[in-house]
Design a protein. Sequence first.
Length: 245
Amino acid sequence: MTIRITTLAERPDLADSLWQMPHSWPEFMLNDPIAGLYFNPSLTTDFAEYLVVAVDEEESLVARAFSIPFERPEGELPDDGWDAVVRWGADTRRRGARSTAISALDITIRADLLGGGMSGRMLAAMRDNAARLGFSELLAPVRPNQKHLEPRVPMAEYAFRTRDDGLPYDAWLRVHLRAGGKIIKVAPRSMVVPGTLAEWRQWTGLPFDVSGQVEVPGALVAVHCDVDQDHAVYVEPNVWVSHPL
């Protein structure tokens, strides 16, 4: 299959397709309340230079890679990784301030093409695009793609687990390190998804009728459920990776 990769700025006709492309994200992952500051069709054109898109021979969208520029505060990378950079990017845009950093947010591959190497190609394209835009580093609050198989294992242990060749145990972290990235630290509350028990039942099909830790398919850690208070909260850890450009 021949794939052409460019940006949404060069292909504005693909704007609607961004939100219609079949994907494999669990439903609860689409309900982080911070996400609407960026993942909003009305804002697509504002970040078009930072949205990498890939199409096949039939001009159908097969992959997308979102990044966000922001004015980076001084200090270490934040514990609320993904949520933090989305907030910072939205605030930087609102104030009209100069962006001094850029972070990856999301790489989504059309469901039927998963496992074929497209994620690595899109990461490389995102790196190239960030360099083209004048940045010397691409940050990424990475969601390890095999962590959901071990939800009870602390991310601080999982993220630094390696194979015999010294590369990360997790396949997606390996892609990042092979591309030139370096693991910096764990972001222990990178994404926070709160909801009523009715909402969690709708998102997952699970009963959520007992207080405690609920393991949800696709979740990297267990969801905290409180039946008496009628809510459940998912606090997802990610892994900060730095890509020098």
